[in-house]
Design a protein around this ligand. Structure first.
Ligand code: ADP
Ligand code: MG
Length: 586
């Protein structure tokens, strides 16, 4: 049975399979290889995942969620139509959709996957990703760091020179920077740095804030649907600047029309705080190398790396403009697919070797003396250690006849334990004795998935082990079983109607924006789509899809570029010839 590779992104998720000697991206029901990581609960309780759900951020914000990957590993629950979901559960729904699409495309059952995570994901976030996979009924064969997957595919598919290169993955919600050393078929990740809360979403937020400030609007006072619409337009304007000198955002609120013209100059100014943070992550990655050498290639991946102002900024930093990878939004998925192929031991990938490193240091809290009140870190695994890594340390009693030694396990770089992320605890019994006589050996093993296993053995022979993953899945066995059943019971929107559903959701979103005749036109289109969804035969539905789609694009473009005139310009008259109407077709 095939193992698939999954890039579970903040913004977009992709699935990939290695077969016939190549990594092949798997298309979804909309015939796109990218599935928006958005989830929406429909009126009939079915769950819609993907582009249609993204549309519903605007028309049904209270039933829809996106960008939930940024909450992975936290307790933050999101409410959709009054039902509470953990980020793991929402991610599980995205995974289920990808899995269904993969099964349909491959014509076989799929139950195993390699999943990528941001390199800078901590233990909590990695465990949450594994849990999401379990809830979707998937067995995770391996977690791989996103930039490592990108490096793997880049090296495999291009003739880059041996030596060190830097991969910058700048996506929607996370930034990862990896430095990779390549020699023939060996790809060694030697340093990682990142920020789990830095990406294109932050740029969108800055644009929205600027729009509100310039127009004297309060973001909090905007209705949720309008706010989502503003974010959508901010993102669209930002992307439009990839090939236009400027783009306009316009929003109708309380009967008034508000505008902002986004230029490269303004965008650059708004991006500066984000870029300052990018700079420090790049510097950190350079410092994290154990063997510094000249970087002979910088490769940009991730959707946000396509921003021309990002290229400008990097050019200032490096004195040279780095190349954007040929497929910046897909290269991680292609790399994960390749990794899945390596897991399956595909013959033609046998020579390929990739090693990765630990992005954080790991250790236990320790005291200098019995009087010491502020524990500091004793690190057992230093960051940038090659995986899998295993190290042991001995820790002694501080009091006479101390009965046990308790270890608090932390991840992070701070001197004091309290500055770092606590991962768990472990306690072993020790025989009676004078202070400093009895001890315990603690062993940390960091596996290739970037998950920590800890064991301790006392001088009295007491042995305790802890696979942190199991103890830290927030659910008990029972709760997990319940969550599994809950997720399994959720019905996903049928594949056959996903394209119509996307059109309908888009029309509903535009309807909210439009007024006057455009709104009338949309209203009749909405009727047409709904009628076809309910009663149409295959040909009727196909016709509708091919005719309505450009009409909606047309209306959207007009709403975007001619805001002041939208009240007066007749859309229906001009396009009367190709106007799809229910009368003709039914
Ligand atoms: P993730 O891996 O986090 O899901 P992606 O790598 O798919 O993210 O990138 C998504 C981000 O890229 C979004 O913030 C989106 O706005 C941004 N983006 C996509 N295309 C462009 C473009 N042409 N110019 C600028 N930003 C873009
Ligand atoms: Mg990504």
């Amino acid at each position: 049975m095939a193992i698939i590779g999954i890039d579970l992104g903040t913004t977009n998720s992709l699935a990939c399979i290695y077969r016939n000697g190549a990594a092949e991206l798997i298309p979804n029901g909309l015939n796109s290889v990218q599935t928006s990581s958005a989830v929406s609960i429909m009126e009939d309780d079915a769950v819609l995942v993907g582009a249609g759900a993204k549309e519903r951020l605007i028309s049904c914000p209270e039933a829809t969620a996106a960008s939930f990957k940024v909450f992975m590993g936290t307790q933050r629950a999101l409410s959709l139509s009054g039902r509470s979901f953990l980020p793991e559960e929402l991610s599980a729904l995205v995974l289920r959709q990808l899995l269904e699409d993969a099964r349909r495309y491959l014509g076989e059952d799929v139950t195993e996957a390699v999943i990528s995570v941001p390199a800078y994901f901590n233990d909590d976030q990695r465990c949450a990703t594994k849990l999401a996979a379990q809830l979707a009924g998937l067995t995770v064969k391996r977690l791989i760091n996103e930039p490592s997957a990108a490096a793997l595919y880049y090296r495999y598919s291009t003739n880059s020179a041996d030596g060190q290169m830097m991969i910058i993955d700048f996506g929607g919600g996370t930034l990862d920077v990896s430095i990779v050393e390549c020699f023939e078929n060996i790809i060694e990740i030697i340093a990682i740095a990142g920020d789990n809360h830095l990406g294109g979403d932050d740029i969108d937020r800055a644009i929205v804030a600027c729009f509100c400030q310039e127009n004297g609007l309060s973001q909090q006072a905007l209705a949720p649907g309008l706010r989502s619409e503003l974010y959508r337009q901010a993102e669209a304007a930002k992307i439009a600047l990839s090939d236009a000198p400027s783009a306009t955002i316009s929003l109708r609120a309380d009967g008034q029309q508000y505008h902002l013209t986004l230029t490269h100059l303004l965008l650059r100014k708004l991006c500066q705080p984000v870029f300052d943070r990018v700079r420090s992550v790049i510097q950190q990655a350079m410092k994290n190398r154990n063997h510094p050498a000249l970087i002979n290639d910088v490769v940009l991946v991730g959707g946000s790396s396509q921003l021309p102002v990002f290229g400008d900024f990097l050019e200032e930093q490096f004195g040279q403009r780095p190349a954007v990878a040929a497929n910046p939004e897909q290269i991680v998925a292609l790399g994960v697919g390749l990794c899945a192929g390596m897991k399956e031991r595909a013959e033609d990938l046998q020579d390929l070797v990739m090693t990765d490193v630990c992005p954080f240091s790991l250790g236990v809290a320790t005291y200098n003396s019995a009087q010491d009140k502020t524990p500091h870190m004793a690190f057992l695994i230093q960051r940038s250690s090659m995986l899998p890594a295993s190290h042991q340390g001995n820790f002694y009693t501080l009091h006479d006849n101390q009965q046990s030694l308790r270890f608090e396990i932390y991840q992070g770089e701070g001197y004091y334990a309290s500055e770092n992320l606590k991962l768990g605890e472990l306690e072993v019994q020790v025989p009676p004795g004078a202070a400093g006589q009895q001890y315990a050996s603690v062993t940390f093993t960091y596996d290739i998935d970037g998950i920590l296993h800890v064991s301790a053995k006392s001088s009295g022979g007491d042995i305790r082990e802890r696979l942190l993953l199991n103890s830290r899945l927030r659910f008990s066995e029972e709760e997990q079983q319940r969550a599994l059943e809950r997720i399994a019971q959720i019905r996903l929107e049928a594949q056959g109607s996903q394209r119509e559903r996307l059109l309908l959701e888009k029309a509903l979103r535009l309807y909210q924006q439009a007024i006057g005749r455009q709104r009338d036109a949309l209203s009749s289109l909405i009727n047409d789509i709904r009628a076809q969804m309910e009663f149409g035969d295959l040909i009727g539905r196909q016709k509708m899809l091919s005719q309505v789609s450009p009409l909606l694009d047309n209306i959207e473009a007009r709403l975007q570029t001619e805001p002041e005139l939208s009240d007066f310009w007749g859309w229906a008259d001009e396009s009367a010839d190709d106007n799809f109407s229910a009368d003709e077709e039914l």
